[in-house]
Design a protein around this ligand. Sequence first.
Ligand code: ZN
Ligand code: ZN
Length: 395
Amino acid sequence: MDLFNEMVTWRRHLHQYPELSYEEYGTTDYIIQQLNSLPHVKIFHGKELVGTSTGLIAVIGDGTKRGIGLRADIDALPIVEDHICEYRSKHNGIMHACGHDGHTAMLIGAIHKLSALFQNGQLTGNVTCIFQPAEEATDDNGRTGAEYMIESSLIKQLDMIMALHLDPTLPLGQVKLTTGPVMANVDTFSMMIHAKGGHGGYPEQTNDPIWLLSLLLPALYSMPGRRFSPMEPTICSIGQITTGTSANVIPSQVKLEGTCRTYSEEAREFMEQQLQQICDSLSSYGGVTQLRYMKGEPQLNNDKDVVREIKKSIQQINPHVEIHQIPYGMGGEDFSHFTKRMKGAFLFIGAKKEEHIDTTLHHPSFDFDEKALLFGMNTLVQFVINQLRSDTNGT
Ligand SMILES: [Zn+2]
Ligand SMILES: [Zn+2]
């Protein structure tokens, strides 16, 4: 079987047996099985070595050169798959709806190819391949997989790292890749409005927190457009409001939860201050509003040197690839923890399945064109070849 067909087999197996964040034990075993017999490949797993109980790190090479990192995420989502296909999920309520099955298959494929190149003496150096668990969700400590793995001594020494993500809305032969901030700071917040409840027929005897909420909401929704420059991407969205027990009882408190997205550290700090100011403004109405602002994944910052190297690799594989040099939007990606510590870059590769019109990431009918696996795997391999060969040549 050629490598493309093998990647399809791996991807389809992983798609059928998806596992949630921090529970990827079967996935980890499956990846190890596909790598075990390869020459020049050393496998590390277990919390002590890689920082997490699931996931693994495969190191290819001799350890004599500086380290190049490649990262794939391996977890799935709590989604019931609504897509009829022969490789449909066999784990009810869990689905690879973000393409991490594809990312994993591409990295396994890249290791196969790199192992052969080392075996033939065509490369010298070291490649650290990270199969990272829990990109999609945090544990009880509020941390995703990348935050634990970056503490591993196998990763700390890396000079450069790259990762890619499939994009089911972008046609094959196109990529999104640019320098600088490309994905957002992902923060969450909660506001607790404490006031005075009572009889729904006698509101004058209460201090109605739902009325206070109705004053707060317009301020929250209009604030980004009035306090931030239109050149500064900002979002403040409310996702959950919890209150009340009955139609005729005014409750005594309201809980509101939401997410804030920003691109810079300054905007992030300012956003928190603005939320605090809005909370404080309710005190003149007698309510007490407590704000909890929780900083999540930091902004993902693409290093210009790594972007240049990835571009070069892509153009060597296919000179006709269309490169969209634009930021990727207000989503988050925990690969940002890596790019905070070392030079790195992240790109989206087109994987749109033409007959599959209505799909996005995290959609129950998500699927992608498997031809993208070959392009993605070749990009990873070419990126490594360029780094390790240029080292050899002393450039
Ligand atoms: Zn996702
Ligand atoms: Zn993803």
